[in-house]
Write a protein that binds this ligand. Structure first.
Ligand code: 4AD
Ligand code: MG
Length: 481
């Protein structure tokens, strides 16, 4: 007898009526020694097995407990009860793995509402809950949709290195990788650690971005993207930052900033559509969860849209596009500013804080926003200088709930200006000679962006803490599992 997955059973139930089947999964609940709910992770819904308890001995039945792994054999019939269309009339069953009920009591497997904090502490078990099943199935679907989007457009997926010697973003928030003896490292004449003796003969870190290497690839292959882990030793212990997160970075030769904005908007809309079309069951569950959570918040902090509505809103409406300079004017003229509600200063030249970004998206425009042409001083060295001499061709996409979801730019393709920028930003040309050299041989305008994958999954699932959309979060003081 072949095992059948629950998703298939529930999708094509009618085709299997009257057939003998085997279902495997974990027990979610067992009522009245008769109705057992099994989940195998293939979908949100459980299959109900109906057990005729007179036919089995007490001890065997006792092993069917919450958390145990079982295999049920029986005939698929139309369900007598409400709540499911089909159920399995169990003829025999096997316990594959027991779960001691007393031990289960101490875990999140116990069927009741648990706090997200507790679920995080038991991240090894949270895959078995409805919420995390839904979140990680949607995470998978989004990842697939991203590859499909780029593949259909003829992009090449490039694997950029995880170990690098350069700091692409220049923010100095890198994790060093070394095989030197920490107790007794080799020292140079000045008494500093001598990294020429280290594994790679130089100082090496975990990458903060694959962009610089993606640019090299785009300047030959035309259009490429990366999708890999990135690492930032940021001290910001917020609900939107991780020390290890996944980033998608497309890079396109001959694109300017406006092409880049169009690509970003198409890309985000495509993924949102894909999830709406392919993840209905999980999305419906998370939509209800989101609404319940919103209802517990004070009125003025509630989202005015439900989860599905806000995803639909993204697919159905053009993003609002404006310059950084225009955004500063909007903020300076806002009630929030006049009533001194912003904690951080607003004036031309400052980096926008999340409170400002959220104001623009959630209060002022009530839709996704693309800001562009930021002051050069607050952005990375590789962004293309605008003619005004003050701003660069940068763009950030701001989303409701999550704030900055995408950061990108047109890149500086002019050799002399790029070299001047390196000097200004104190970047040694020897370290990125290979990057600069591409501007000597057939340099072209090009542009790209980076999307934080977990920020996207936050938006798609309505989860408000980034640690709940990645299986095993790494953040300050947190590398368990
Ligand atoms: O804006 P960022 O720093 O841009 C870059 O790294 C560029 N190299 C991208 C490019 O043009 N190819 O980061 C891009 C995105 C952010 O918009 C945000 O969504 C996400 O990465 N991000 C983080 N996500 C989670 N935790 C963190 N600590 C993050 N830092 C950035
Ligand atoms: Mg950014």
């Amino acid at each position: 007898m072949a095992r059948i997955k629950i998703s298939e059973l529930l999708k094509n139930g009618a085709n299997f009526l009257g057939e003998k089947l085997e279902v495997k999964g974990w027990v979610r609940a067992f009522r009245s020694k008769r109705f057992v709910q099994i989940n195998d992770g293939s979908c949100m819904a459980n299959i109900q097995g109906v057990i005729d308890f007179d036919r089995f001995d007490e001890k065997a039945l006792r092993a069917i407990s919450t958390g145990a792994a079982v295999s049920l054999f029986g005939t698929l019939v139309e369900s007598q009860g409400s709540g499911q269309s089909v159920e399995l009339q169990v003829e025999t069953f096997e316990i594959i793995g027991i779960a001691d009920p007393e031990a289960v009591q101490k875990t999140i497997l116990q069927p009741k509402k648990h706090s997200l904090d507790l679920l995080r502490e038991q991240a090894h078990l949270r895959f078995r809950t409805n919420t995390f099943g839904a979140v990680f199935r949607i995470r998978h679907a989004a990842s697939f949709a991203i590859h499909k989007f780029f593949n259909d457009k003829g992009f090449n997926y490039i694997h950029t290195p995880i170990l690098t010697g350069s700091d692409a973003e220049g923010a100095g928030e890198m994790f060093r990788v070394s095989t030197l003896d920490p107790k007794n490292p080799p020292l140079d004449d000045q008494g500093n650690i001598d990294y020429t003796k280290d594994f790679f003969g130089k100082q090496v870190n975990l990458t903060v971005s694959g962009q610089l290497e993606a640019e090299l690839a785009a300047l030959g292959l035309g259009q490429v993207y990366t999708f890999g882990p990135t690492f930032r030793a940021e001290n910001s212990n917020t609900s939107r930052h991780l020390a290890e997160f996944w980033m998608i970075e497309p890079e396109v030769a001959f694109n300017d900033l406006f092409d880049n904005m169009d690509l970003t908007e198409d890309f985000l809309k495509y993924i949102c559509n894909y999830i709406l079309e392919n993840c209905a069951e999980d999305l419906n569950f998370l939509d209800q969860r989101f609404t319940q959570e919103q209802n517990q918040k004070p009125q003025n902090e509630r989202s005015h849209l439900g989860l599905k509505e806000s995803i639909e809103f993204v697919t159905n409406n053009p993003f609002k596009r404006l310059t950084y300079t225009e955004a500063i004017d909007v903020l300076l003229n806002s009630k929030a500013y006049k009533k001194k509600r912003f904690e951080f200063p607003v004036e031309w030249g400052v980096d926008l804080q999340s409170e400002h970004e959220r104001y623009l998206v959630e209060k002022e425009f009530k839709c996704p926003v693309i800001l562009r042409d930021y002051p050069g001083d607050i952005k990375a060295f590789y962004m293309r200088q605008n003619d005004d001499g003050k701003t660069v061709a940068a763009m950030d996409v701001l989303f409701p709930g999550v704030g900055e979801i995408v950061g990108g730019s047109q890149r500086e393709e002019r050799l002399d200006i790029l070299q001047a920028k390196c000097k200004e930003f104190d970047i040694a040309e020897e370290e990125i000679w290979w990057y600069i050299e591409t501007r000597k041989f057939g340099t072209v305008p090009h542009a790209g962006f980076g999307m934080g994958f977990e920020r996207l999954v936050m938006f798609l699932t309505g989860m408000s803490n980034i640690r709940d959309v990645i299986p095993f979060p790494r953040a300050r003081d947190n590398a368990e599992f």
